[in-house]
Write a protein that binds this ligand. Structure first.
Ligand code: PL3
Ligand code: FE2
Ligand code: FE2
Length: 239
């Protein structure tokens, strides 16, 4: 066989080690992951609008954050279309149901600390970790969009941090309980997405490590002690 055999087809994965974006395995996993992201962005929009009803003086700023979420949703919808994938939205609605139900319950009870923890800390940190790990293994079109989105998600995480920080003296008890109720749900969501994420070459341990980094940095910024943070992180193991 000649050194340069120009007659044989290029190997399927000659993609700089990136996944084969056209394979049926990739498209199947992407139909669920893409749906999760689209649904997550829509629910994030709805959650910020809802938070504005609990914090009327903040409603305008929250509406600004909400608008960004719709832009994110549009971007990720385009990513699916670009790959010829139809997002599995019923799957994604189920995926978010436990967290959505807890948010809705807290909303009807007027529990702003719980709502902020769920949306602006847990969901944003989850999104940031997912987008970080996705960017290096994304197709070029999706990579560009995701890079733009992740910058906005830091603004959202930061919004939650700042509000909670300013109210640290009064939030501890509710925050601790909300964390206990919801961090285990995030962990289960990570478990639930791991197999599909692996097809996209996103490893569960990397997702988990990146999530814990953002989450712990947020808690530090709010002003919790390292002992309090360790106890709260431990809720992921207990629940
Ligand atoms: C809040 O701004 C957004 C909430 C979205 C939640 C995203 C969860 C992501 C799960 C795993 C995804 C991999 C990324 C792939 C992007 C197409
Ligand atoms: Fe977003
Ligand atoms: Fe966000």
């Amino acid at each position: 066989m000649p050194f340069l055999d120009t007659t044989s087809p290029a190997p399927a994965a000659e993609n700089d080690g990136l996944p084969d974006f056209a394979s049926s395995a990739y498209k199947s996993a992407y139909s669920r992951i893409n749906a999760i992201v689209i649904e997550g962005e829509q629910e994030a929009h709805d959650n910020y609008i809802a938070l504005g009803t609990l914090l009327p003086s903040e409603a305008e700023e929250l509406a600004r954050l909400a608008r960004m979420e719709l832009k994110h949703k549009k971007g990720f919808t385009a990513c699916g279309a670009n790959l010829g994938v139809e997002a599995d939205m019923p799957f994604a609605r189920d995926f978010f149901a436990p967290l959505r139900n807890n948010f809705q319950k807290a909303l009807t009870e007027g529990k702003v600390v719980t709502c902020l923890l769920i949306q602006a800390i847990l969901i944003e940190a989850f999104a940031i970790s997912a987008y970080h790990i996705y960017i290096p293994v994304a197709d070029p079109f999706a990579r560009k969009i995701t890079e733009g989105v992740v910058k906005d998600e830091y603004l959202h995480l930061n919004y939650g941090q700042e509000w909670l920080k300013a109210n640290l003296d009064t939030i501890r008890e509710e925050f601790d309980q909300a964390n206990r109720d919801n961090l285990p749900l995030v962990r289960r969501m990570l478990d639930g997405v791991a197999a599909d994420a692996a097809v996209l070459q996103m490893e569960k341990e990397d997702l988990m490590a990146d999530f814990l980094t953002s989450y712990q940095e947020a808690l530090t910024e709010i002003g919790f002690t390292s002992r309090e943070i360790a106890r709260m992180a431990a809720a992921a193991l207990v629940g």
